[in-house]
Design a protein around this ligand. Sequence first.
Ligand SMILES: Nc1ncnc2c1ncn2[C@@H]1O[C@H](COP(=O)(O)OP(=O)(O)OP(=O)(O)O)[C@@H](O)[C@H]1O
Length: 236
Amino acid sequence: MKVNSLTYYYKDQVKPVLDKLCIEFETGKLNVIIGPNGAGKTTLLDIISGVISTNQFKSPFSEKDIVYQLQGIPLPAAMKGKDVIRVIFNCDSEFPFIERIKLFEQSLNSRERELFNKLWDRKIGHMSVGERRWLLIRSICQLERELYIFDEPTSGIDPDARLFILESIDNLVKKGKLVVMTTHILYELEYIDCKLYFLHRGNILYAGDYISFLNKYNTQNPDVAFQLFLNGDGDA
Ligand SMILES: Nc1ncnc2c1ncn2[C@@H]1O[C@H](COP(=O)(O)OP(=O)(O)OP(=O)(O)O)[C@@H](O)[C@H]1O
């Protein structure tokens, strides 16, 4: 999926958030957009998902082929874990709920199963931030789509659950799906076959693999590489 010379302004803004941005997402790798706060990562996701419509981008996917996990969790606090799962699974009405839930349970390891059982009857309002996010993302990964978009899926999640989530997301890539995500937790990408896109000043100033990004700055610490990248503005 390609984005070609995309410029986007929010209403009443003088400077564009995205400025002639070009990016080509790949299947076979996890596509990870990184960049400082306010760089425009969510705006880009909103555009490729169709949440923001613009005549400068034509998606190759139809709406029903896309699932987009927003950063916030816009669900009523009184909903229980089982209700959230039902709502998400019912998005694919052609798959009976009972079958889907069985497959879902089979895909969980023992610690995840414990969490699943704990959250099943718990209200969203009584779950921790990480529990809510885990439940939502883990369920979304069960849906059959062509394009999966995750906005900071692992923020606020403990390292154990974070690895489960990343594994679920990576499994989608291995199934041949196109997957795009954003993150600020760079070191979690070390063991994932990903393509990094550094969004800064409205454009992609780096596109390449994780190791090459570190090597560019001769460091093992991705946060240091991130900072050095910003200091040199991507050496642009
Ligand atoms: N609806 C809006 N109206 C006006 N400006 C907006 C709107 N949404 C976002 N912005 C501005 O656009 C810029 C990019 O925001 P965006 O949320 O895309 O950044 P981001 O890279 O996802 O940031 P973060 O890492 O903090 O989540 C920011 O300066 C933000 O203030």
